[in-house]
Write a protein that binds this ligand. Structure first.
Ligand SMILES: Cc1ncc(C[n+]2csc(CCOP(=O)(O)OP(=O)(O)O)c2C)c(N)n1
Length: 660
C-alpha cells in the first residue's frame, strides 16, 4: 500500500514524540502541530538536494521556532540527508549529537542556521532572501532564483526583532520570502491571549506583506496558499491555524504539550488515535522510501541548474566560485599593501571612523561581495563610500543597505546574508548601541560567521552627546564573547590592518571600534607585516630595559606615547604596547606575550573604557586607567581630563609605582 500524506506527516510526529521521550526533554508540541505544513512544503515545493546540501541555489528552510528542533531533524533524516541518521535522532539532546537541543548551524548539513532565541531565525531568513535578490541581480535570474521558507511561532512574532525585520522586508519587497506562522495561539504561559491582541492581518499587511490564512492541517489549503506565493510581488505570510500537540488526546491545544515529553501513557494514546502501530524510531519501509523519493527530486533540479551555470561566462563562473568559497580576489593583498604605503606616506591625523571610510572606499571597488550598510547614522559612522550604491525596493543592484534605525534587525539580517554565502556583510552603528543588537552578534560568534560590525563613537571621546551615547562597559562585554575579534585601532595603519584581518577571518565575526574624535598618526615604521595580527606589539620604547610598560588601545595610544616621552625626561625608561586586539594577542606564544608585556616591568593600561578585564595584563601590582562610572556630557578633552585619562596621570602613577 503506498503511503498517504498523513503517513508522511505522522512519521515526523512520531520521530519527534519518541526522541523527546527518550531524551526526557524537548518540545513535542510544535513538530506535532506543524508536521502537515512541513510535509506539504517538502513534498511539493522545497527545492533541495540532500546529496549536496550546500547547493547555492537551494531553497532555504529555516525553523525560526528552534525549540521545535525535532521537526527539522526528522525532516532531514526522512529526506535522506547524510548528516542525520536514525542513531543521531535517538541521541537527541545528548553530548556531541548533531541533534542538539536547538538547531545549531553546521555548514552543508541542512541545518541552515542556529535558532532558539526567538525572532533570530526570522531575521536570518530576511537576510537570506535579501542575499538571494542581490546575487540574482548580479548573476542573473536563471542562476539565482530560490525561495526562503520559514516556520515562525507566536513567540517569534512577539519579539521586537520580528517587527524590525518584517518591516524592512516589506519595504524592500522581498517576494521570495515565505513565512509559515504557526498560529496555534499557545505559548509557555498558556493562551497567547494573556499577552497579545494584535490583529495579525493588519499588522503584516501594513508592513507591505501578503497575508493568507489556512487550516494548518489541511494539505490542499496549505498547498494552494504556497502556490499563490509563487507569483507574489511582496513577502508572504501564511498564517497556519494549527493545534499544538496535534494528535494527543489529552495534551493537544494545551501548553502542556509545548516543552515536556508527553509521557509513555499519553504516547500510546497518540499512537492509537493516529493509527501508528510501529515501534519507537521505526519508520516503515514504504513511508521512508516515499520520503527518500521526495528527497531525490532535487538531484535533477541541481543538474538542470548546472547546465545554466556552465553556460555562464568564465569570468562570472570564477567570481561565483570565489565568493561562494569565501576567497578574496588574487590582487587583494597587493592592492592593500600599496594602500598601506600611501597611508604611511601621508601620515594623516584622522578620526579612525574616517580612516575606516578611506579604507572602505578603496576596497569596496574591488570586492563585489562586500555589502555594507548602517542602522541609520551612515554619515556618522562613515560606512557609506562614494562607491556605495543603495539597494532599493525591487532594485537590488547595489552594495549598501539603509537598515533604518533597526540595529537588531541589521545584525540578524547580516547573519542571514553571511549564511547564504557569496556575501560579506558589514554594518555600522555607534558602539553604545551594541546593546540593541547583541543577541544577533552573539549568534554571529556562535555560528562563526564572517560578519563585520563597524562600531564608531567608541568612547567618552565622542564628547558632547554625553553619557547616554558614551560606551563604557561595551568593550569589556564584547571581549567576553567567545569567537569574536574586537579591534580598536590606534591610527589609519592599524585601521587598515584590522579591516584586513576581519576580511580574512572566515570562522569568526569582527567588531571594529572606531573613534569619533581625530587621533594622531602613531605608526613609526612602515611594515608590510600586519602588526595588528599579533594583537599587541611594541610601538615605542625608550630603551630595551623598560621599568614601566604602558599598554593602550585606539585613541589612548597617543596618551601612552606622550607619557613615555615625559617619563624619559625624568629618566624613567618605559615602552608603549599598542593592543588593537586582545583576542589575537592572547593567542600568541607565551614567549612573545612575555616579551611584549615585559615581565620585569610594572604595567599600566590606558583605555577610555571600563577597566574590567585589564587586570590580566597589568597584574596585581599594576594599574589601569579607564572608566569606573558612566561618562559626562562635555567637549571630549574636558572629559578626558575629568576622568584623569591624561599623560600626566600616567606619569604620576608610574612615579608612585616605582617609589614603592
Ligand atoms: C528570545 C527568547 N525568549 C524566550 C525563549 C524561551 N521560549 C522558548 S519557546 C517559548 C514560547 C513558546 O511559544 P510559541 O512561540 O508560541 O511556540 P509553541 O508553544 O507554539 O511551540 C519561549 C518563551 C526563547 N527561546 N527565546
Amino acid at each position: 500500500m503506498s503511503p498517504v500524506f498523513k503517513d508522511l506527516a505522522n512519521a515526523i510526529r512520531f520521530l519527534s514524540i519518541d526522541a523527546v521521550q527518550k531524551a526526557n526533554s524537548g518540545h513535542p508540541g510544535l513538530p506535532m502541530g506543524m508536521a502537515d505544513v512541513a510535509t506539504t512544503l517538502f513534498k511539493y515545493y522545497l527545492r533541495f538536494n540532500p546529496k549536496n546540501p550546500g547547493w547555492i541555489n537551494r531553497d532555504r528552510f529555516i525553523l525560526s521556532a528552534g525549540h521545535g528542533s525535532m521537526l527539522l531533524y526528522s525532516l532531514l533524516y526522512l529526506a535522506g540527508y547524510k548528516s542525520i541518521s536514525i542513531e543521531d535522532i535517538k541521541n537527541f539532546r545528548q553530548k556531541n549529537s548533531i541533534c542538539a537541543g536547538h538547531p545549531e548551524y553546521e555548514k552543508n548539513s541542512g541545518i541552515e542556521t542556529t535558532t532558539g532565541p526567538l525572532g533570530q531565525g526570522l531575521s536570518n531568513a530576511v537576510g537570506l532572501a535579501l542575499a538571494e535578490e542581490i546575487l540574482k541581480k548580479k548573476y542573473g535570474s536563471n542562476l539565482i532564483n530560490h525561495k526562503t521558507y520559514v516556520i515562525a511561532s507566536d513567540g517569534d512574532m512577539m519579539e521586537g526583532l520580528s517587527h524590525e525585520v518584517m518591516s524592512l522586508a516589506g519595504h524592500l519587497k522581498l517576494k521570495n520570502l515565505i513565512v509559515f506562522f504557526d498560529n496555534n495561539k499557545i505559548s509557555i504561559d498558556g493562551s497567547t491571549s494573556l499577552a497579545v491582541s494584535d490583529n495579525y492581518k493588519k499588522r503584516f499587511e501594513s508592513y507591505g506583506w501578503s497575508f493568507q490564512e489556512v487550516n494548518g492541517h489541511n494539505e490542499k489549503q496549505i498547498s494552494k496558499a504556497i502556490k499563490k506565493c509563487m507569483s507574489s510581488k511582496k513577502p508572504n505570510l501564511i498564517s497556519c491555524k494549527t493545534i499544538i500537540g496535534y494528535g494527543s488526546p489529552n495534551k493537544s491545544g494545551k501548553a502542556s504539550s509545548h516543552g515536556a515529553p508527553l509521557g509513555e501513557e499519553e504516547i500510546s494514546l497518540v499512537r492509537k488515535k493516529l493509527k501508528w502501530s510501529y515501534e519507537p524510531f521505526h519508520i516503515p519501509k514504504e513511508i521512508l522510501n516515499e520520503w527518500r523519493r521526495i528527497g531525490k527530486k532535487g538531484i535533477a533540479e541541481e543538474e538542470k541548474w548546472k547546465l545554466v551555470y556552465n553556460k555562464k561566462d568564465k569570468k562570472i563562473r570564477e567570481e561565483i566560485n570565489r565568493i561562494i568559497n569565501n576567497k578574496l580576489p588574487k590582487e587583494f593583498d597587493k592592492n592593500l599593501i600599496s594602500l598601506k604605503k600611501k597611508i604611511y606616506n601621508q601620515k594623516l591625523d584622522l578620526a579612525s571612523r574616517k580612516s575606516s571610510a578611506m579604507i572602505l572606499e578603496n576596497i569596496t571597488q574591488n570586492l563585489p561581495e562586500l555589502i555594507g550598510g548602517s542602522a541609520d547614522l551612515s554619515g556618522s559612522n562613515n560606512t557609506k563610500t562614494k562607491y556605495s550604491t543603495i539597494i532599493k525596493p525591487q532594485n537590488f543592484k547595489g552594495n549598501y543597505i539603509h537598515y533604518g534605525v533597526r540595529e537588531h534587525g541589521m545584525a540578524g539580517i547580516m547573519n542571514g546574508m553571511a549564511l547564504h554565502g557569496g556575501i560579506i556583510p558589514y554594518g555600522g552603528t555607534f558602539l553604545v548601541f551594541l546593546d540593541y543588537c547583541k543577541p544577533s552578534l552573539r549568534l554571529s560568534s556562535f555560528m562563526g560567521l564572517k560578519v563585520i560590525y563597524v562600531f564608531s563613537h567608541d568612547s567618552i571621546g565622542l564628547g558632547e552627546d554625553g553619557p547616554t551615547h558614551q560606551p563604557v562597559e561595551h568593550l569589556a562585554h564584547l571581549r567576553s564573547i567567545p569567537n569574536l575579534n574586537v579591534f580598536r585601532p590606534a591610527d589609519t595603519i592599524e585601521t587598515l590592518e584590522c579591516w584586513e584581518i576581519a576580511l580574512k577571518s572566515s570562522t569568526n565575526p569582527s567588531v571594529i571600534a572606531l573613534s569619533r574624535q581625530k587621533i594622531p598618526f602613531v605608526s613609526e615604521k612602515f611594515n608590510t607585516k600586519n602588526m595588528s595580527s599579533l594583537g599587541g606589539y611594541e610601538i615605542r620604547k625608550s630603551n630595551s630595559n623598560p621599568e614601566i610598560t604602558l599598554i593602550a588601545s585606539g585613541s589612548e595610544v597617543q596618551i601612552a606615547i606622550d607619557a613615555l616621552n615625559k617619563l624619559k625626561e625624568i629618566n624613567i625608561n618605559s615602552k608603549v604596547v599598542s593592543m588593537p586586539c586582545q583576542e589575537l594577542f592572547d593567542k600568541q606564544s607565551e614567549e612573545y606575550k612575555e616579551k611584549i608585556i615585559a615581565k620585569n616591568s610594572r604595567k599600566i593600561s590606558i583605555e577610555a573604557s571600563s577597566i574590567f578585564g585589564w587586570e590580566k595584563y597589568v597584574g596585581q601590582d599594576g594599574s589601569s586607567l579607564g572608566m569606573k562610572t558612566f561618562g559626562k556630557s562635555a567637549p571630549y578633552k574636558t572629559i578626558y581630563e575629568d576622568f584623569n585619562l591624561t599623560s600626566d596621570s600616567v606619569v604620576m602613577i608610574a612615579k608612585k609605582m616605582l617609589s614603592k
